[in-house]
Design a protein around this ligand. Structure first.
Ligand code: XIL
Length: 347
């Protein structure tokens, strides 16, 4: 054995250990390590695939990379309450997800209490204001109390704003039977059931400065003025590679919500690969959008960056390959872009 060489090797090892422990042990830092060091929740949506023993990469990737998770569907009304009777609520899948999160040191975002798109048939049968208020109160109270302090962030109301001109509230919302204050009611009930929880309004196509984000701004400002317990806004961020963070005015938009004293969270990020160009070019463009989304989020001191899934295999928009791991759970350029932002932003 060449002693000189081994001494040199030891010296290099010692140096690298003192500088970058994660790299010296042969491991690149994970997203969650870097995010946690910044106090940022970073993670994504989980589905039944988490428990699929035939696809161990799903759980392994989520638990290696994410410090926060959100149920893709398991906490929606249609999953929990196909019956109006609270004794018949179905919590098994959601509870298993929360148990997995606790075991893996992950924060859980609760998604979502009041969403027109997930209302079961029995909700549509309620046509009278008092009955709808009672049904909403019972549902929200039962669900929020069931999870208790296991879930301290909730999307209380999801997608209530219309996409139409003028962007009033959407008119196909069965919960609106409860009265024009049905959003305020939902937040008040959730707050009463878990006073420690951060309560969010969540919507899509509100990332940049536009008519819909103006409507959302007016909505949450009005809620705050009325003393409604709302603490944050979720910007879903279902986007594609044509989206321009800069041209959309996203930072100024997020900042105006921060200036109201609200938490800002990107809650369902995915960036579909669209347009012409080679696969390599599209991956590069996707990485650029992901990197800009995260740096903009950090620039306004957002509190969460959540993606809608983990790999292109099981994404709800799998055709657009919108996530940061490919169908084989291999890191895409977008993964590297997020790591780079976490390592360098503000430093
Ligand atoms: C989607 C899920 O990903 C699908 O599996 C389901 O069929 C429909 O809902 N906005 C939301 C999410 O707030 O709850 C939606 O999730 C995607 C759009």
């Amino acid at each position: 054995m060449n002693h000189q060489k081994s001494r040199l090797g030891l010296a290099v090892l010692a140096l690298s250990l003192s500088v970058t422990p994660a790299l010296a042990s042969g491991q690149a830092p994970s997203l969650r390590t870097l995010a946690s060091a910044r106090g940022l929740l970073l993670g994504g949506a989980i589905s039944g695939e988490l428990f699929n023993a035939d696809n161990p990469d799903e759980a392994a990737t989520i638990n290696r990379e994410y410090n926060a998770v959100v149920a893709e569907n398991a906490m929606k009304m249609r999953a929990i309450a196909n019956s109006p009777d609270p004794d018949n609520y179905l919590f098994a899948t959601a509870d298993a997800m929360v148990a997995s999160a606790q075991k893996n040191g992950q924060t859980v975002r609760g998604h979502t209490l009041i969403w027109h798109d997930s209302a079961p048939a029995w909700v549509y049968e309620i046509q009278e204001k008092t009955a709808m208020r009672a049904a909403m109160t019972q549902y929200i109270t039962t669900v929020v109390k069931h999870f208790g302090n296991r879930i301290n962030i909730w999307d209380v109301v999801n997608e209530a704003i219309s996409d139409g001109p003028g962007n009033p509230l959407r008119n196909n919302n069965p919960f609106a039977v409860a009265g024009p204050d049905f959003i305020a009611l939902a937040f008040r009930m959730a707050h009463a059931a878990n006073p420690a929880a951060r309560l969010c309004y969540n919507d899509y196509s509100v990332e940049g400065l536009n008519g819909k984000s103006n409507a959302m701004y007016a909505l949450v400002k009005g809620l705050l003025a009325d003393g409604v317990p709302i603490h944050g806004v979720g910007f879903q961020s279902h986007l594609d590679t044509n989206f321009s963070v800069r041209d959309s005015g996203m930072q100024a938009n997020l900042q105006r919500f921060r200036d109201l004293g609200l938490d800002v969270q990107l809650t369902e990020v995915d960036v579909q690969m669209v347009g012409s160009g080679s696969e390599k070019e599209k991956l590069a463009r996707q990485a650029q959008v992901y990197g800009e989304l995260l740096s903009t989020c950090l620039a306004v001191k957002c509190s969460a960056f959540m993606m809608w899934g983990v790999s292109d295999l099981t994404s709800w928009r799998a055709g657009g390959k919108p996530l940061i791991f490919d169908g084989d759970y291999v890191k895409k350029p977008a993964y590297g872009a997020l790591i780079k932002v976490l390592q360098t932003a503000g430093k």
